[in-house]
Write a protein that binds this ligand. Structure first.
Ligand code: NA7
Length: 547
């Protein structure tokens, strides 16, 4: 139904979903089944979210393809063929497009439409959503499926505009092939994106200079084409496999949890354990070597040193190897990267490593990058400088309650949520994998499905009871925040500066954002809340509701 509101045409629906990544696509599919009119607003021209934007060379998922896929449709998971153990971006995007077509989702997605504001009007119990296309939507429920890594960050370097060459950010990569053949290329950053991109760009570039501020731990991915018989066998018990995954902290099956503490093993046994895991692929296998790898500094240091030794064995120049060997954080407390030939790339004579911790980048010049040590002449610069993670995309939208606080005000000291789904004082607003949920510390698609299914069940309950407003109580929110912090503080995670803590963004409150008790425990907790009629949520039927 459309009506006039001020000068804008207003489209009234039941649910607005922001974002057409894996969270938004599934929310659209699932919430439609309640008979709701659901519409999705998406800034990109296509579906896929992260996998739509991150088209940089080498972009690849670090969760295995047979796990990093939807489980909600048995026929989908049986029909779909993944070519590789760890899928590349193009295959994942192809899959997202297939899902959109298979479940007839496109007809309710508005592409090239970026949400500017979402304002809740208590008098009508409606969210009013405006977009950069000048459209206005009104909906009882608003679902933020905005992703955790969707606001790319280019550091505010002096002089970027002066640069005469081309520059790119990994998270906003052009759709066309970028050809670096014969060029002098600079890469700023050595996070997961850079670690994937560097070996690929090094194959084309005439000179590749990597500007590293903080070295990162990376394991060989062990990626390979998927064996047909293996896949056939896996698919013959796909449902059982998914059930097993549900019972794990990361939402990924096939990795028996550790049974031993690091100190209980001899040095030889530990060396053997890490050797056996090195190169088998997947960061979980490695981090599952011992129970206390992410809670005990000594245990962690032994694992860290094992990886440093592998780096020293791989990189021929000892000075470069030492620079690439991380010494300032605990392994696994930042995203543990998976690579295909990252460290080996530094053995090529045209690949150079520059330490910008010792000699920081001072400015971008017309011809390249100037550090406090010297000038580097470059034809192209790649910013692999990360994202304003977990809260950035939400705070980029003016989310507020009319005559009430804005989300920015509510989160002035860091994000506070109930379950990572609700924000106290913001009725009928849901986040998919928001801060305070397992999200980035689990298989994202498994986490997305759990959230959407749970929200679906809540809305079904609401429909059947005539309630039309649901929100978290401030008490429930603050108890959940305390619990999230308590769990994190029992680990080494908060000790490391990373995008998990927001410390990659100058001025961002330093709060460890994901919930690290595990997706299995979180799932059980949410299920228990549903059985107990949703304690912590305030449901009401405002009498003054004007539809
Ligand atoms: P990350 O992991 O946030 O990495 C960003 C990198 O950029 C990291 O090495 C940063 O160094 C570096 N960086 C950022 N700002 C600067 C400046 N000003 N100077 C020099 N270097 C800088 O982002 P990614 O895109 O690689 O990965 C994000 C996630 O996507 C990843 O974890 C996967 O889950 C997928 P720093 O560490 O801050 O010193």
């Amino acid at each position: 139904m459309a009506m006039q509101a001020g000068f804008r045409r207003e489209t009234k629906v039941d649910v607005i979903v922001v974002g057409a990544g894996f969270g938004g696509l599934y929310a659209l599919h699932k919430l439609r089944s309640l008979g709701y009119q659901v519409e999705v607003l998406e800034a990109g021209s296509g579906v896929g979210g992260t996998w739509y934007w991150n088209r940089y060379p080498g972009a690849r998922c670090d969760v295995e393809s047979l796990e990093y896929s939807y489980s909600f449709s048995e026929s989908l998971q049986q029909d779909w063929e993944w070519p590789e153990r760890f899928s590349g971006q193009a295959d994942i995007l192809r899959y997202a497009n297939h899902v959109a077509d298979r479940f007839d989702l496109r007809r309710d997605i508005h592409f090239n439409t970026r949400v500017v504001s979402a304002i809740y009007q208590g008098s009508s119990n409606q969210w009013k959503i405006t977009t950069d296309t000048g459209e206005c939507f009104s909906a009882r429920f608003c679902v933020m499926a905005t992703g955790n890594l969707s606001l790319p960050r280019v550091p505010n370097f002096k002089g970027l505009r002066a640069f005469k060459g081309q520059w790119y950010h990994t998270g906003q990569w052009p759709k066309h092939k970028v050809d670096f053949t014969g060029l002098r290329v600079g890469v700023i950053g050595t996070g997961s994106s850079a670690i994937q991109l560097i070996p690929v760009v090094a194959k084309e570039a005439k000179e590749l200079t990597v500007f590293q501020r903080t070295a990162n731990f990376s394991l060989p991915s062990g990626n390979s084409p998927l064996d047909r018989d293996f896949v056939k066998n896996f698919k013959s018990r796909y449902a059982a496999h998914r059930l097993e995954a549900e019972r794990t902290p990361f939402g990924i099956a096939g990795h028996p949890p550790p049974t031993q503490f690091s100190r209980e093993a001899t040095p030889e046994e530990r060396e053997q354990a890490y050797k056996a895991r090195w190169g088998t692929g997947g960061n979980i296998a490695f981090l599952y070597a011992y129970k206390d790898l992410l809670t005990d500094k000594e245990a962690n240091e032994i694992a860290s040193e094992f990886v440093r030794q592998q780096i020293r064995k791989t990189v021929k120049d000892p000075a470069v190897a030492e620079l690439l060997a991380p010494k300032d954080h605990y392994i696994g407390t930042k995203r543990l990267c998976l690579d295909s030939g990252y460290y080996e790339t530094f053995n090529h004579s045209h690949v150079h490593l520059v330490d910008v911790k010792t000699h920081p980048i001072e400015e971008i010049t017309e011809t390249g990058i100037r550090t406090s040590h010297r000038d580097y002449r470059l034809d192209a610069i790649i910013f692999a400088t990360g994202f304003d993670a977990m809260t950035g995309a939400l705070l980029d939208i003016d989310i507020r309650v009319e005559q009430g606080p804005s989300l920015r005000e509510h989160w002035a000291h860091g994000p506070t949520t109930y379950l990572g789904i609700f924000i106290a004082g913001f009725p009928n607003l849901f986040m998919i994998t928001g801060p305070g949920s397992p999200s980035v510390k689990s298989n994202m698609i498994a986490a997305i499905e759990q959230h959407v299914d749970w929200i679906h069940d809540l809305l079904a309950r609401i429909q059947s009871t005539g309630v039309n407003t649901v929100e978290a109580t401030p008490e429930a929110e603050s108890a959940w925040v305390n619990h999230v912090n308590d769990v994190a503080n029992g680990t080494l995670y908060p000790l490391t500066n990373s995008w998990y803590t927001g410390s990659n963004i100058p001025g961002k409150p330093r709060v460890f954002m994901p919930y690290v008790a595990g997706l299995d425990k979180y799932r059980d907790h949410c299920a228990q809340l549903a059985r107990a009629a949703y304690p912590g949520l305030k449901c009401s039927s405002p009498s003054a509701v004007n539809h």
